[in-house]
Design a protein around this ligand. Structure first.
Ligand code: GSH
Length: 260
């Protein structure tokens, strides 16, 4: 109930075999079900009356992941560009109040300010489970998360533009992506079907597509990674992956925009 208590406007209690407490808030409502002494909190009415706002930059791979998850789960949102986020200045100083690292993405949703792509997507998964991105089976969930982590912590932080600039080495990003993709290609041999985890779209797919885009920009030879390339190509046919593409975003310069 942390952070929710302030919003409570109405409480209904009904006693049947179990007691059901419905707590309505300004944005959505919680149902608390008490069953045999066990307490379970479950979000229901998941139609917030305020559109989520995504602070994004078209080419940022971390923003791209969140856009895919939002589009896949069919969550309508407002797009706010942060094209200034690499520069110092007033806008950036103000943005630090939302995102302490000054990074994108930030998602404002259900009255909360969320940062870091993975926790944001996990939040969407937990509160909007209808189109899941994680398998039900705990072992498969662990495998899906492991593939995701190869990119999230094993590749992206090493090859991002800040780190690349600091290294002063023009081959830096290419080296780390190739190293990471070598392991990812191997790991996918165990799990992949049409997509990363069998034939269903899952969390690692959300991470794979933006990383392949960045790989191509730094001239990684993708023919060395046939499985990653095949999955990337299959995902490019999926609606949510099309709409979330960097080159289809409102802040993408017209000369780079994809026409369809
Ligand atoms: N772990 C973060 C990484 C975020 C990140 O690296 N964002 C980059 C763009 S992809 C950024 O904001 N860089 C600009 C800066 O740090 O000033 C996440 O997954 O959200």
């Amino acid at each position: 109930m942390d952070g929710v208590t302030d919003w409570i406007t109405d409480v209904t209690v009904s006693l049947f075999t179990q007691s059901l407490f419905t707590v309505k808030s300004g944005h959505f409502c919680y149902h608390l079900i008490h069953d045999s002494g066990k307490s379970q909190k479950k979000m229901e009415c998941q139609k917030p009356d305020v559109k989520p706002v995504l602070y994004s930059f078209f080419r940022s791979s971390s923003c791209w992941r969140v856009r895919i998850a939002l589009d896949f789960k069919e969550i309508d949102y407002e797009y706010k560009t942060c094209e200034w986020f690499y520069e110092e200045g007033q806008k950036r100083a103000e943005y630090l109040k939302l995102n302490p690292m000054g990074e994108v993405p930030t998602l404002i949703i259900d009255g909360n300010t969320l940062t870091q792509s993975l926790p944001i997507i996990e939040y969407l998964e937990e509160t909007r489970p209808d189109k899941p991105l994680l398998p039900k089976d705990p072992v498969l969930r662990a495998k899906a998360r492991a593939l995701t982590e190869i990119i999230n912590s094993g590749i992206q932080p090493l090859q991002n533009i800040r780190v690349e600039k600091k290294s002063g080495d023009s081959t830096w990003a290419k080296f780390w992506i190739e190293k990471g993709f070598t392991g990812l290609e191997r790991a996918l041999q165990e799990t992949a079907g049409r997509f990363s985890m069998g034939d269903s779209i899952s969390l690692p797919d959300v991470y794979l597509v933006p990383q392949v885009y960045r790989a191509k920009r730094v001239n990684v030879d993708m023919s060395k990674f046939p499985l990653i390339s095949r999955i990337d190509s299959a995902l490019s046919e999926v609606d949510a992956f099309k709409s979330a593409h960097a080159l289809r975003q409102p802040d993408c310069p017209m000369k780079e925009r994809l026409s369809s």
